[in-house]
Design a protein around this ligand. Structure first.
Ligand SMILES: Nc1ncnc2c1ncn2[C@@H]1O[C@H](COP(=O)(O)OP(=O)(O)OP(=O)(O)O)[C@@H](O)[C@H]1O
Length: 955
């Protein structure tokens, strides 16, 4: 039925195509002269229309999203039509406002406004208030006062983001009041406001970022109880995931205890580890869950891989060559920018050749291995001539000369020179001097009639090292007899090199499975690492990965990774329907790629699942087993939009512990900055640094025992934990304390296993230097590194977090016991950077630490030693630094040799002892008929004697 027709004014005949406009049923129809028409469903409008009169005609603005305007209408007809439209709109918009109220209540007042509900509110609520804001007078004319009031309140916050924030704030405030009693009583102490907010916020995704001891566990328990008690979820709709069995058990016990305490008779939700959850889903989906022995017995896994490699080597000689070539990652020394970088590389890599020799560089290793595989016997760095003999001829070499290799059977020397075709050297080596030394070595061999064969860095770089070796040796009639495959295999096996390779490949396999890497990703990651043989490494690892999965298939069994990987697949395929509306995950900072993929699948397959991650980026310590901190630090990008709550008040420890631990971990700029406040305040340092000496001799065991006795005297029932980076040190302390009497409960934790635990007092040991020290220098090699989750560049960043975890286990005091003569980088930092700790030993005096720094290498320390010729000092970086210093006869400090004297480093002593400029031995005062003079102490020696003398005045 056509109603309210409006036709064009006389002007409209020239300026519009419109024939007439009318309301027909619930549709506004614009008819055009060419018989076409445009229709607008009236119920689609969320705004009133506006009439605008001009001299000869009128136009109606429809105020729809396209800003449609119907122009050149007769004024009187347009007026009637517009009134009719707005009458209609006032009914529908009144209904829309009522509906908006219902939606607002449902999505923003009765529950926490979730990101996924914002779209609904945008369409049905915020769009109305925006239209209202632009057209207020018209709306006020046509709508009821109560609707106008509602819209005017809403429109006072025009930006959606602000409106969302306000609604959330309002909801939080309401719940804080309503649930005050519950939050006061759910734990033994009232929850803090930030803890309460962490419980209340129920966005699609929530991140609770905490620090140690801030009550993360309390929040997990309170949140799951609150969800169930308020009827937001049934117990079977809540899933809590803990990092390990012990934590899951603790959460379960605390849930039951707290529910009873809050007078709630509530059945606990599912509180599981990731593995237990995977297993449960596989069982529910009727999948095989037989556990492979590989999962529980590491040795079986090693045996399997060794046997598999052996089988491949037997059938394929190229494979055998690959195994040998890939034992050590190629190192291009020209890529080092400083001597420190080079030293670090040498320290982190031990080059043990097939002949069982420890050599100093990767390229020397290749040469030694090649010689070995060709059955050429060779010595490494044999003595050629000593300093004295050489200096008689030339002064270019300042130590005794040891060429790289000597083929004794043929009396041939072999030198590998680290230069490119232009004679350039490593960045930190003086090119001129190095080339002079090469020239001198050549001359020396010539003068002595010895054969010198030469290979160069560029031979290796151009992939022609083996070719050159073969050519040179053949020219000198050296017999080359290649070993057969069996001989090579048994050498690999007997030397332990195969074992090392197997261990490295298993670490890679673990990383591939934890990160769920595809073959393409494996290739990409290894390529990105810059490894020269990246294609061969990738091919080897892909083959091992496939063989491993095939082996599990043959066993018809799964390993721990499979519990998660297979369960993810089953959920994806819909073989298990997800019953959970709320998933809470603890220790999120250590989540792996595979676990995150599992969580994402559960979230996507479930119905409107809300996810809460609780973690602490300062405590991420499981990268080696796939923990990827980026999921926490880049949560928005990698997991999604979320509500963030920070827990920054700690209850476990005092401000002294918090200041030291917090400052230490925040040295890494990649860590979140947090302002931690502590429940307990103290006025003196409660982190104490002790030396590990007992009556002048290193004895960690006795020192720990003494510390325990001291604690016991003050607090006989306190719990005490002894913590160390590695288990071996704990074992020896535990053994020592076995028969000693003590009233306290003692715990022995590695720093990794201490996660989530606490004790009244903590004693941390093991601050040694090196691979088994702390920070541990046991760096992964480049290959394993390339497959592990990315990490920030800050030196020792994960080890730093580990010390943070260690110190923050203590409720009252943390004792750090360290070797003052060889203290690690961490102890040096604590002392040198004036951390607010109590230093309970004068041996950690800053200037003494400075005196002990090695001047030759980048981070070695000079420590006292006793050898067959008496006492001396040497550098702790034994692999790379040969520094040996004499003991000052006046004060026993280290003394550094100059050309004619040795200078004591102790600034208060500074004694100069004369030494022989020819052989380096001590010079002694002697008498002759001409008076006193200095003579070399090597004078009387039978072999290698030195007759050097000089005037007494010369020092
Ligand atoms: N609101 C509170 N008031 C007083 N004590 C609290 C409060 N919340 C937690 N605690 C106490 O603080 C201590 C640390 O709590 P919890 O173990 O939950 O911390 P956490 O954040 O999980 O620590 P970590 O990450 O170091 O393992 C516990 O003894 C706990 O009872």
């Amino acid at each position: 039925m056509v109603q309210y027709v409006a036709t064009p004014s006389w002007l409209g005949r020239f300026f519009t195509r419109i024939k007439w406009v009318s309301i027909e049923q619930d549709v506004l129809v614009v008819h055009f002269r060419d018989m076409t028409k445009q229709q607008f469903l009236l119920s689609d409008f969320s705004n009133f229309s506006v009439l605008q009169n001009s001299l000869f005609s009128a136009k109606i603005y429809l105020c729809d999203p396209n800003n449609t305007c119907v122009s050149f209408l007769k004024k009187a007809e347009a007026d009637v039509l517009n009134k009719a439209l707005n009458k209609y709109f006032s009914n529908t918009l009144e209904q829309k406002v009522n509906n908006a109220k219902i939606l607002l209540k449902r999505y923003a007042l009765d529950e926490f406004l979730r990101d996924s509900s914002i779209e609904i509110l945008n369409k049905a609520v915020f769009s109305l208030s925006k239209n209202y804001a632009h057209n207020q007078t018209v709306w006020q004319q046509h709508l009821s006062p109560i609707s106008v009031k509602f819209l005017s309140i809403l429109s006072s916050t025009p930006k959606t983001a602000d409106a969302v924030a306000q609604l959330r704030h309002k909801y939080e405030q309401k719940q804080l009041t309503l649930r005050d009693n519950f939050y006061n009583n759910v734990e033994s102490n009232p929850l803090t406001t930030e803890q309460r907010l962490a419980v209340i916020r129920d966005n699609d995704k929530n991140l609770v970022l905490a620090a140690a001891g801030t009550g993360k566990t309390s929040v997990m328990v309170a949140k799951s109880l609150d969800l169930i008690a308020r009827g937001i979820a049934l117990p079977e709709q809540v899933l809590v995931l803990a990092y390990n069995k012990m934590a899951a058990q603790e959460l379960k016990e605390r849930f039951i205890k707290r529910a009873a305490h809050a007078n709630l008779s509530i059945k606990p939700p599912a509180i599981l580890t990731f593995h237990a959850l995977g297993l449960k889903l596989l069982q529910d989906a009727k999948k095989s869950t037989k556990l492979s022995t590989f999962a529980t017995d590491e040795i079986q896994q090693k045996t399997w891989l060794t046997a598999w490699l052996y089988k491949q080597m037997q059938t394929d000689s190229t494979f055998l060559k690959n195994v040998v070539d890939l034992l050590h990652e190629p190192v291009d020394i020209f890529s080092f920018k400083s001597s420190a970088e080079y030293e670090r590389c040498l320290r982190d890599n031990e080059y043990r050749s097939l002949a069982g020799r420890k050599v100093k560089s990767y390229q020397e290793l290749l040469i030694s291995n090649w010689l070995y595989l060709q059955s050429v016997e060779h010595e490494y760095e044999p003595h050629y001539k000593n300093k004295l003999e050489i200096s008689a001829e030339d002064i270019t070499l300042n130590a005794q000369y040891n060429p790289n290799f000597h083929l004794s059977k043929y009396n041939i020397y072999l030198e590998h020179f680290d230069i490119d075709r232009e004679g350039n050297t490593r960045a930190d080596i003086n090119k001129k001097r190095y080339n002079e030394q090469i020239a001198f070595k050549r001359k020396l061999h010539k003068n002595n009639n010895t054969i010198l064969l030469e290979t160069f860095h560029y031979n290796w770089f151009e992939g022609k090292l083996e070719q050159r070796l073969s050519k040179l040796l053949k020219q000198h009639s050296v017999a080359l007899v290649p070993l057969n495959d069996d001989e090579v295999f048994s050498t690999l096996n007997n030397s332990g090199l195969l074992q090392q390779g197997v261990e490295k490949y298993l670490k890679c396999l673990q990383a591939i499975r934890a990160e769920q890497l595809t073959n393409t990703q494996i290739k990409q990651r290894i390529k990105q690492s810059g490894l020269k043989n990246h294609q061969r490494y990738a091919a080897m690892l892909i083959a091992i990965h496939n063989a491993y999965m095939q082996e599990l298939h043959t066993q018809n069994a799964i390993d721990f990774d499979d519990m998660i990987i297979h369960a993810t697949k089953a959920v994806k395929k819909g073989e298990f329907s997800v019953p959970w509306s709320h998933i809470l995950v603890d220790e999120f900072q250590d989540i792996s790629g595979a676990r995150m993929a599992f969580l994402n699948t559960l979230i996507n397959k479930g119905k409107s699942v809300r996810f809460t991650a609780v973690g602490d980026d300062w405590q991420a310590i499981y990268r080696f087993s796939g923990g990827n901190l980026a999921f926490t630090t880049r949560f928005n990008e990698l997991v999604g939009g979320h509500s963030l709550t920070m827990l920054q008040k700690t209850f476990r420890y005092n401000n002294s512990i918090s200041d030291v631990a917090g400052r230490f971990v925040m040295q890494n700029p990649e860590q979140y900055k947090k302002l931690i406040s502590t429940h307990t305040q103290v006025t003196t340092p409660h982190v104490i640094l002790l030396d590990d000496l007992y009556q002048g001799t290193k004895s960690i065991e006795i020192k720990v025992q003494q510390s325990i006795s001291r604690i016991q005297k003050n607090d006989a029932s306190a719990s005490i934990a002894i913590l160390s980076r590695y288990r071996y040190m704990l074992n020896s302390v535990q053994q020592h304390l076995k028969d000693k009497k003590h009233t306290n409960s003692l715990y022995f934790w590695t720093l990794h296993s201490a996660k989530g635990l606490e004790a009244d007092y903590c004693i941390i040991i093991g601050f040694e230097q090196g691979k088994l020290g702390f920070p541990s220098d046991n760096q992964n090699n480049v290959l394993v590194e390339s497959l592990l989750p990315e990490q920030d560049e800050f030196t020792h960043s994960e080890e730093r977090r580990l010390l943070y975890v260690g110190i923050t286990r203590a409720k009252h005091k943390a004792y750090l016991i360290a070797d003052p003569y060889a203290c690690s980088a961490f102890v040096k930092e604590l002392v040198n950077d004036d951390y607010p700790i109590q230093i309970a030993s004068t041996l950690f005096n800053k200037s003494q630490l400075k005196q002990r720094e090695c001047n030759t290498c980048s981070d070695g320390l000079i420590v006292p030693k006793t050898g067959q010729y008496g006492n001396y000092y040497s550098c702790t970086n034994t692999q790379i630094c040969e520094t040996k210093l004499r003991v000052c006869k006046s004060c026993s400090s280290p003394s550094v040799d100059k050309s004619t004297y040795s200078q004591c480093v102790n600034m208060e002593c500074k004694t100069q002892h004369p030494i022989c400029e020819k052989c380096g031995r001590e010079m002694r005062k002697r008498k002759s008929k001409h008076g006193e003079f200095l003579g070399c102490s090597g004078f009387e020696l039978k072999e290698d004697s030195c007759k050097n003398t000089r005037k007494l005045t010369v020092t």
